[in-house]
Write a protein of this length. Structure first.
Length: 83
């Protein structure tokens, strides 16, 4: 199952966090994927709007602590979506 799902139609990019059993808590891999998706959307002149949502009953519970303990950012690394 893809943790980040995308769908594009008529200038609208729909992005969905897809970990409903974990309240869509973000993993380090999800941050990387989301950054790539949003960077590409910013470069695409056809994309006018990005709708970002969570699958299930929660938008996002924050970071997946277990994943971040296993995969902490290295020295000088940041998980900022905007550089």
């Amino acid at each position: 199952m893809k943790e980040i799902m995308t769908e594009y139609s008529e200038g609208i990019l729909r992005v969905a966090l897809n970990r409903p059993t974990k309240k869509n808590a973000m993993t380090s891999g999800m941050y990387v994927t989301l950054a790539d998706v949003l960077t590409e959307a910013a470069k695409d002149e056809r994309t006018r709007v990005v709708l970002w949502r969570g699958v299930g009953d929660s938008f996002c519970a924050g970071n997946d602590i277990e994943d971040f303990l296993k995969n902490p950012p290295g020295p000088g690394e940041s998980l900022n979506l905007v550089s």
